[in-house]
Ligand binder design. Structure first.
Ligand SMILES: Nc1nc2c(ncn2[C@@H]2O[C@H](COP(=O)(O)OP(=O)(O)OP(=O)(O)O)[C@@H](O)[C@H]2O)c(=O)[nH]1
Length: 312
């Protein structure tokens, strides 16, 4: 099987990304909607809104593979004028081209963005420095108003499983917060001291009340950012196959190379069925899990599932 990806020029690639969005919208109409909203999140959302009032700096963590799908629709309204640092975590799971595209998108918007790897600690020094420099600003403003300096409070917020606890542990160089490969592990809000000037708050992942944007929900499921019980694994894996085939930097070759199965008419469902017969005695669930796990482990290459919207 031949991959003609290298023949695509920049404009064609951008075009492919934008039509992928429309196709995804069409595909998801035919599957069971993803829904996940554990009880503790409702409680946390309420608490978090209270805690945000105490925060001088907000560090918003998103998954670098899906920076749009992991942005909370109410976050802007909640944050108001508070100083904000955007962290795109899991930078090891995207390509250099993805990273460059997102870096230039956010810099055009005047948003400070840090790419990080919560597992290995990349980006944490830069993040610590930036948070501390924003903290100094807060205290110089207090001094100019005749107020005493106080530790500045930085809160880390973001969707479940995007790597908030791992980043805090990296920043503090010790294990303060539980990091786990399952969404929804951090359950309560806690402040921890970072140097003499800063206090950090880790918070449980927050999701919007309802995931009304199903294209975002599917990407969250693919990236393991929401719990497994909220979606049908076979549907999600089938859509992942269709997305991979359409991603300009992936295509069907890595799928063929891994499983020796052709993608028939770009149909992900048929692909999963064939894989289930070939390896799992017809068990489509197991086949679907295999494809999702392989994607999450980078077996088809490290690639983002989103690119910045095209600016016309
Ligand atoms: N490959 C990779 N894995 C990461 C990175 N950051 C975190 N992880 C892993 O992702 C999983 C989730 O990380 P956590 O730090 O627990 O995420 P969280 O946002 O605190 O999760 P909640 O408690 O559910 O809100 C863990 O298994 C981490 O080891 C990263 O940059 N790259």
């Amino acid at each position: 099987m031949k991959n003609s990806n290298n023949l695509l020029d920049g404009h064609q690639r951008e075009g492919e990304w934008s039509t992928l969005g429309a196709d995804l919208n069409y595909w998801i109409r035919h599957i069971r909607p993803v829904q996940w909203y554990p009880g503790h999140i409702a409680k946390t959302e309420k608490e978090l809104k209270e805690q945000l009032k105490l925060m001088d700096v907000v560090i918003e963590v998103r998954d670098a593979r899906i920076p749009l799908a992991t942005s909370h629709p109410q976050m802007d309204a909640w944050l108001g004028n508070r100083k904000r640092i955007l962290v795109l975590n899991r930078e090891d799971m995207i390509s250099t081209a993805d990273r460059n595209a997102w870096a230039s998108f956010f810099s055009h918007q005047g948003i400070k963005v840090i790419f990080a790897n919560g597992k290995l600690g990349m980006g944490s020094v830069k993040l610590g420095r930036l948070a501390k420099s924003l903290a100094i600003n807060v205290n110089s403003k207090r001094r100019s108003k005749g107020l005493l300096p106080r530790p500045v409070r930085a809160g880390i917020v973001g969707y479940p499983n995007v790597g908030k606890s791992s980043l805090i542990n990296r920043l503090l160089k010790r294990r303060m917060c539980t990091a786990a490969p399952r969404p929804g592990v951090t359950r309560e809000l806690k402040w921890v001291r970072f140097g003499k000037d800063l206090e950090l708050l880790d918070s449980p992942g927050i999701l919007p009340m309802r995931i009304s944007d199903q294209t975002a929900a599917i990407k969250l499921a693919i990236c393991d950012d929401i719990g497994e019980r909220s979606y049908d694994v076979s549907d999600v894996a089938a859509i992942l196959v269709q997305m991979l085939v359409r991603l300009p930097e992936v295509g069907s070759e890595p799928l063929y190379n891994r499983y020796k199965i052709d993608v028939d008419g770009n149909c992900g469902k048929t692909f999963i069925e064939k894989l289930s017969r070939q390896l799992f005695n017809g068990d489509a669930n197991q086949a679907a899990f295999r494809v999702l796990t392989d994607f999450r482990k980078g077996r088809f290459g490290w690639n983002a599932l989103e690119r910045p919207p095209m600016v016309l």
